[in-house]
Write a protein that binds this ligand. Structure first.
Ligand code: 8OZ
Length: 371
């Protein structure tokens, strides 16, 4: 057995996690047309409940918040009921689960929007990206800039979704403020060209994301709210001219609010861990809650950084796709199964719930080898 703090319990606010390994939010695009999780979602998450914490795939807070076909939502009663089955299954296995609250902003397409309207964003700046629609990939148009007096309505959509998460039995929520989606579009100057008090200065650019954070904290209490950021990731055609200048004060504001954790994609999303002069992990020094590291961690690096106290929690994404019993395998020092990218997005059970856990015989064999 591999002995490490990584496999010891962690008190994340009121939630006691059985270990420090977190299943990353992973978009898999297998929900119904109505954005409702299915029975295979129940099985998929149940199989992975050995994680200390599961963060759901990014989940649409409103019809407007959707940017990809077959992603799930958390704005209708039907969706709440479906998610309740998922949380019940995870809890029955002793797991903990947060839902990730998502609004894509400009990373969408009229085909994915109610009434076929333009996606909304801080400013009408077109991303050089394609959207995943039911009919395949389509070029993303320039979005419509949100009016200032519409912003409270978007905050209210977050509040409704956050309340629905309570009804669905989640243990907390993660606010998606990363990867070039709506909140990140307000933060980073590549997408925010506003001239009102929601654009321009760093203080102004943080205003809307912090309004969302405060509203969600009002619903859940800060110790059950986490947030995800990706300060230096170029994902979804978004960048900032000086990420340190905006993310240090942003993280300081988040810390003041007492959020449970800061989830940092430390490099380019699903890529290089270190693509920029500004070291995103240095943000830990500005945050008093738990620090969750993410991006291409290996079991060895996770153990090293947790043991050194450089991170509190560590996320694994793709490894959790192909290893439902990832924590067990890491503890045994067993090899990890490879993932198949062809089945990451869309489809059904294949490549979703059919990756096997180790058999009892295999477990015994690896345990004997490690002894
Ligand atoms: C991969 C495919 C679609 C969406 C993210 C929610 O990057 C996503 C996402 C990832 O945060």
């Amino acid at each position: 057995m591999v002995a490490s703090k990584l496999f010891e319990p962690y008190d994340l606010g009121p939630n006691r996690l059985s270990n420090r390994v977190v299943m990353a939010p992973l978009t898999r695009s297998r929900a119904s047309d109505e954005q409702v999780p299915k029975d295979i979602h129940v099985e998929y998450y149940r199989q992975r409940a050995g994680a200390g914490l599961i963060i759901t795939e990014a989940t649409n807070i409103s019809p407007e918040g959707r940017g990809y076909a077959f992603t799930p939502g958390i704005f209708s009663d039907e969706q709440v009921e479906a998610w309740k089955k998922v949380t019940d299954a995870v809890h029955a296995e002793g797991g903990k689960m947060f839902l990730q609250l998502w609004h894509v902003g400009r990373i969408s397409h009229p085909d994915l929007q109610p009434g076929g309207t333009l996606p909304v964003a801080p400013s009408a700046v077109k991303p050089e990206m394609k959207a995943f629609t039911k009919d395949g990939f389509k070029d993303i148009p320039a979005p419509r800039a949100l009016d200032r007096d519409e912003l409270p309505r978007v905050v209210a959509d977050y509040v409704k979704a956050a309340k629905n998460c309570k009804a669905a039995g989640f243990d907390g929520v993660e606010i998606h403020s990363a990867n070039g989606y709506l909140l990140d579009q307000f933060l980073r100057d590549g997408a925010n060209k506003r001239t009102d008090d929601y654009g321009g200065s760093v203080e102004n650019r943080m205003r809307f994301p912090l309004e969302v954070v405060d509203a969600v904290v009002d619903v859940w209490g800060a110790d059950r709210v986490g947030i995800r950021i990706s300060p230096v990731s170029p994902a979804n055609d978004l960048a900032d001219s000086d990420p340190e200048k905006v993310f240090v004060p942003y993280v300081e504001e988040l810390s003041k609010r007492g959020l449970a954790y800061l989830h940092v994609i430390e490099g380019a999303t699903r890529g290089d861990r270190d693509p920029h002069g500004f070291k995103a992990w240095s943000l830990r020094d500005h945050f008093k809650g738990a620090y969750m590291g993410n991006n291409s961690y290996t079991p060895e690096l996770a153990i090293e950084r947790v043991e050194k106290g450089e991170i509190d929690l560590v996320c694994f994404g793709r490894d959790f796709i192909s290893n439902p019993d990832l924590v067990e395998r890491m503890k045994l020092g067993a090899p990890l199964a490879e993932w198949d990218e062809k089945t990451f997005y869309g489809g059904g059970a294949e490549g979703y719930v059919d990756y096997p856990a180790l058999s009892e015989e295999e477990k015994a064999r690896y345990a004997a080898k490690a002894a």
